[in-house]
Unconditional design. Structure first.
Length: 435
């Protein structure tokens, strides 16, 4: 058994016993109450599931296994020639709850290099799709096709104990995460690079190799991919892509079915597609204003014109956060160190200064601050990555780290099929009448 799997098995066995005892002694205790607004409001804020890998605080932002993003930038291993945390280290932390050593990260990098395999039939699936298909459509279909040789479905068909479900889920997760950069790069090069594919470099880590296969070997872009893939990886279990993955996996669909479903959720404009909407809106502003160095007054007027037209400011606001998104701040810190002279980045910083006061003045916005999507597009454009409809695929490669680590935990703890109770509006009316 490999070292990461062994650590996970020990921790899952321990927590499983604790949860069993907890349920026996405290299973009937009431945790929360449901308001009618939550029935109609997308179950916003309803505590209704457990999710081991991360938690979101409205003030502090996301914590991965208790660590904030600034803490992880200090504590997670980096590449020998870099300053940004390696995504491999974040995955190790999510799965085990322990900060990895450099040797652990090196081991995981080699594991993923060894497991990476993009079969010809997956390439054929992508090649059979129209070239004007959205990259997220190709990505979802490609993930589904990779499941042809999945471990979970083979072991399940052979007959295995429910206590062992986590094991083939771990294997499928490791194989899938290893291969996702190859799939994503294949889609990118087919759609935007005339089909000219770039072979992986066995000497590079997971994020840097992804950058390489996308056609950019600069140190800056490799560092950007490392921090991007780390900070986008997880955002507790209630967000749409994580919850969708969790729901589908609760049916005992394997990692491939589950992640593909989560990717479909990520593709929505109210979720992961927002990063595409942000940079599109900024480009429109530059075109309308006729300058890439607008004054503060010009920016304010464009913001106000957008709001007056009935549209929102893309990249601003969040369902939970009540402070600037730490993921936005992490990207801002990256830009301050590496590309502070970029005109596009400076516009993003102008918006950071001007949007919140305008939204606050409306008196209706609980969170006027930027979220993770507000900054990422400008960084990608700076490094020549201008195909913004592809940006959500990058998000999806990263998000797989968190949602699949959580899926392994769900199977190890034996979490059941998720099946909440729905009610009709007539039921609500009757409830109000008698209460």
């Amino acid at each position: 058994m490999d070292k990461l799997k062994l650590i996970f098995k020990e921790k899952a066995t321990t927590l499983g016993k604790e949860v069993k005892a907890l349920l026996k002694e405290n299973g009937d205790k009431v945790v929360d109450q449901v308001a009618i607004r939550q029935l109609y409001g997308g179950m916003r804020g309803l505590k209704a599931m457990t999710y081991e890998t991360s938690a979101l605080d409205p003030i502090e932002g996301i914590r991965f296994r208790g660590f904030s993003i600034p803490e992880l930038r200090d504590k997670l291993p980096t590449a020998k020639d870099g300053n940004e945390p390696l995504p491999e280290g974040l995955f190790w932390l999510l799965l085990t709850g322990e900060l990895p050593e450099h040797e652990d990260v090196s081991w995981l990098t080699k594991q993923w290099q060894k497991r990476a395999n993009l079969p010809q039939y997956t390439k054929d699936v992508i090649d059979a799709m129209p070239k004007d298909s959205h990259p997220m459509t190709m990505f979802s279909m490609g993930i589904l096709s990779l499941g042809n040789n999945g471990e979970f479905k083979k072991k399940y068909a052979e007959g295995m104990s429910k206590y062992d479900y986590w094991d083939p889920t771990y294997e499928d997760t490791m194989n899938l995460i290893a291969t996702l950069p190859l799939l994503a790069a294949y889609i990118y090069n087919r759609k935007y690079n005339n089909g000219k594919q770039i072979d992986p470099d066995p000497n590079l880590d997971w994020g840097a190799n992804f950058a390489h296969m996308l056609g950019n070997d600069s140190k800056g872009f490799m560092e950007l991919m490392r921090i991007y893939l780390t900070i986008h990886s997880d955002h507790e279990g209630g967000n749409a892509s994580a919850h969708t993955t969790h729901l589908v996996n609760s049916t005992l669909s394997d990692a491939y079915f589950s992640l593909s479903a989560g990717i479909n959720a990520l593709a929505g404009p109210l979720h992961g597609l927002a990063n595409q909407e942000v940079i599109k809106w900024v480009f429109e502003m530059i075109e309308i204003l006729g300058t890439d160095e607008p004054t503060d007054d010009q920016v304010k007027k464009y913001i106000q014109d957008t709001l007056n037209s009935g549209r929102v400011i893309p990249g601003y606001g969040h369902a939970v956060l009540r402070r600037p998104d730490p993921r936005f701040i992490a990207q801002k810190r990256f830009a301050e160190r590496n590309i502070k002279d970029s005109k596009l980045v400076n516009i993003i910083w102008q918006l950071f200064e001007q949007v919140p006061p305008i939204l606050q003045s409306l008196g209706k916005v609980k969170n006027p601050w930027p979220n993770v999507d507000a900054h990422s597009g400008a960084l990608l454009v700076h490094y020549g990555f201008k195909e913004y409809e592809y940006y959500t695929v990058l998000f999806g490669v990263s998000r797989a780290l968190g949602v699949l680590a959580a899926s392994i935990w769900s199977r190890a703890l034996g979490l059941p099929l998720e099946r909440p109770k729905s009610v009709t509006s007539d039921w609500v009316k009757e409830f109000i009448r008698f209460h």
